[in-house]
Design a protein around this ligand. Structure first.
Ligand code: SF4
Length: 449
């Protein structure tokens, strides 16, 4: 057993990481699906979209060959509607609410239709939005992830000059660095960011980290308002013996390496254990398998009824050959010569519901051991609490506290997205960015909406 890179041929990597949701092959195929839509009054699909995309409207625009209008409908509600069409858990959002589900028929493939319009708009750089003349008001946005970019785009459309400070060398945040490559490619993420900034009035300064190269007090002094969309990023530690052995890795780091270094360059173990069962855990487990691991075991301390991922995600992991061990919690990581060799787990049973409302796992006293050479931790992410405290922001369980108008306790400083809610879907962050922009426009007295 060992952790090595370059396990597969170029052709195998390509096959393993090809687009999991291929687009419509022909225009007619898209039209057939679009024409199934009942254009419901009070459409439930629209209500279940956090950004309230007018789904029946954009689908109707597809049926009348008005692709530009369709892309505009989507992107004016969600500027990352292209990326969201690839990464949203639509089975629990728009498609999960489609009325066809009540008729025991397949729902309208809303995401695929959304992709049909937006992918073309982004690839062909359609100038769908115009920026109002500059108001000469300046806003600093920290973080070029979905919340920051959505905020920046909304502000710039209103004539605000926006400077975005991003700690990575590319924009897109979680979309670019934290999602399985077979769902959305790094190239698409780059194209999407360029599409957003092509509006004008948005300058992104890369490799600028809050508290290191850029400081909140300076931003407050030099800009009319500041929006913090710094996300979350620190992996939750397991706090068990052996966590510092070679071969123990954070899921977020593992996914980041795949996306930045490429498939052949990313080392993976032969027998891999993944701790946790959220979307990040599934992305790490499936990608470990697709990189050539012979065995991937997902260890989850509760049962399928409490799991945070969707059924679709779970099926994906199973189809990739990942094994799921329910009611098991890591107790100790064992190693030899500094390298992981085993994971000892406690067998759990379900007890009373905890604060999340889910039944909590309780140790049974029994243990079992897995032979592994790599352990990937995907037990959730922690907010950047140090950053919150260092900037005298009000701390709400490590996250930034805001009021109903997205304002922090610091005058002229607003915040939204994962750094406020602890981590939700990309589409939620996009809506948070829109809300933040509206609040900033109100603050600047420039909003008449
Ligand atoms: Fe169309 Fe389904 Fe939405 Fe109704 S619920 S408008 S059928 S996509």
């Amino acid at each position: 057993m060992s952790i090595v890179n370059n396990r597969l041929t170029a052709a195998q990597y390509e096959a393993n990481f090809s687009d999991i949701h291929p687009p419509f092959e022909t225009r007619d195929a898209a039209l057939v699906e679009a024409n199934r839509c009942l254009f419901c009054y009070d459409a439930p699909c629209m209500k279940s979209c956090p950004t309230s995309i007018d789904v029946p409207k954009f689908i109707r625009q597809i049926t009348t060959d008005n692709l530009k209008g369709s892309a505009h409908t989507i992107l004016s509600a969600n500027i990352m509607g292209g990326g969201c069409s690839k990464v949203c858990p639509v089975e629990k959002l728009c498609e999960g609410s489609c009325v066809y589900n009540l008729m025991d028929e397949p729902p309208i493939p809303i995401a695929k239709l959304q992709r049909f319009s937006t992918e073309k708009a982004i690839a062909e750089k359609w100038p769908l939005f115009q920026r109002k003349p500059s108001t000469h008001k300046k806003v600093a946005v920290v973080g070029a992830g979905p919340a920051g970019l959505s905020c920046a785009h909304t502000l710039s459309r209103e004539g605000i000059d926006v400077t975005v400070f991003e700690k990575e060398s590319k924009g897109g945040g979680l979309m670019t660095y934290g999602i399985a490559a077979y769902k959305v490619t790094p190239q698409f993420c780059e194209d999407e960011v360029n599409f957003i900034t092509s509006l004008g009035g948005i300058a992104i300064q890369y490799n600028q980290e809050l508290g290191k190269t850029v400081f909140l007090s300076d931003l407050q002094q030099n800009y009319d308002a500041v929006y913090l969309g710094v996300g979350v990023g620190l992996a939750r530690q397991l706090d068990i013996p052996g966590e510092d052995l070679r071969g123990v890795e954070d899921a977020i780091r593992f996914i980041y390496d795949i996306r930045t270094n490429g498939f052949p360059s990313t080392p993976v173990g032969d027998k891999v254990a993944v701790i946790g069962l959220g979307m990040t855990a599934i992305d790490a487990a499936t990608q470990a398998k697709r990189l050539g691991a012979s065995e991937v075991t997902i260890v989850y301390r509760r049962t399928q009824d409490e799991m945070p991922c969707t059924e679709v995600e779970l099926d994906l992991a199973k189809l990739d050959g990942c094994r799921i061990v329910w009611l098991a919690a890591p107790q100790e990581i064992v190693g030899e010569n500094g390298q992981v060799t085993q994971l000892i787990c406690s067998r759990m049973r379900l007890g009373e519901p905890d604060a999340s409302g889910r039944r909590s796992p309780v140790e049974t006293g029994e243990t079992f051991t897995l032979d592994v050479d790599m352990v990937i931790k995907a037990a959730g992410q922690m907010p950047f609490e140090e950053l919150v405290n260092a900037n005298q922001l009000e701390n709400r369980k490590g996250k930034i506290a805001i009021d109903g108008a997205c304002a922090t306790n610091l005058s002229g400083v607003f915040a939204g997205g994962d750094c406020v809610n602890g981590g939700k879907e990309v589409v939620d962050a996009v809506q948070a960015g829109k809300d933040g922009a509206k609040a900033i426009l109100d603050f600047l007295n420039g909003w008449d909406g």
